[in-house]
Design a protein around this ligand. Sequence first.
Ligand code: FAD
Length: 349
Amino acid sequence: MSSHDVPVHPHDLDHPRAAVVDGLGAVDRPTVSFELFPPRNPDAAPRLWSTVQQLAAVRPDFVSVTYGASGSTRDTTRALVRRLLRETSLTPIAHLTCVAASREDLAATVEEFLDEGVRSFLALRGDPPADGSWAPHPDGLPTAAALVRLLREVEARRCASSPAQAVRAATRHLSVAVAAFPRGNPGAGSTREQDVAALLAKQEAGADFAITQVFYDAASYRELLELARDAGVTIPVIPGIIPMTDPARLRRVAQLTGVPVPADVLDRLDAFDGDDPADVARRHRVGTRLGVDLAHAVLDGGAPGIHLYTFNTHGPALDLLEGAGLGGDGPPARAAVATDDHLTPVPTT
Ligand code: FAD
């Protein structure tokens, strides 16, 4: 089932933020999507699959799967994407990064994904090595925009070599997403203006839409949109939101991305810093409320939907969606925070 096939349940019509019926009778509900990372070890796989099934209940428009910057998760990313394609009706988006790969390697990886039926990619430069240094592979691609161009070139070559392939491609468009950064990219040392220029370059290379880096205030998303539109960016920009129920995770993500967590968010969560179930539940409620408010604010500000960084845990993501009126008609999300300490997230956001 493609994203365009997702049926809309009458429940969606009940919530003013969740659905708008236009003059033609088409229902235009905000998109809902999730980021997953491949399991780090075989033991984590069953639990991830259970998460996938819980997330599938809200009929997301797509599920994106991260890719280790140096190709470290090439096999596990492919395996998860393949399983999503074969065993679910979800639309997987395969992340792909340039770091540490030659152009030839990247073209081969793209071919492998296409051979397996993957039709959606998130083209990225990739996280720099831990020491912060960045140098493109000598025979590699310098930017995400170059990777977008490569994806389009590989697809064009395949279509030119086979009429059957061309027909299939015409019926199943190759969709390419890219990253956007509401407050610049501290991880890459770039300002918002530089990243808007980069976003425009990605659009010109053939990107279809963008997903943002994590952020905590709706104003930074709105300002990014304004700057991007002024610069000529016309593609949709989906805000990437992290459920704010786990302050330790937020702090780790801040270290990895360079995106600071506002002090008032941490203060509100740290007010309940115990491990007993009552504190965990209060933290969960406060964090869910913060996420719901952010989701409402960006949707009110014109966001096409929301993309949730799940860290392979469904509870906080589903509760946020439920609170925002985007929970669909799936089973109610669990109120308790899922424990996921056996998972070591791939830091991508
Ligand atoms: P680029 O667009 O190539 O930008 C890299 C740098 O070059 C930036 O500083 C940019 O400003 C500058 N630049 C590029 N082109 C121009 C231009 N034309 N004009 C001016 N400046 C320019 N990382 C992973 O390793 N794996 C993942 O799976 C992953 N998933 C992610 C998902 C999302 C939604 C996001 C937001 C990020 C993700 N990342 C992931 C992190 C990302 O790879 C890093 O943030 C990386 O540093 C930047 O990637 P990019 O694709 O934006 O690179």
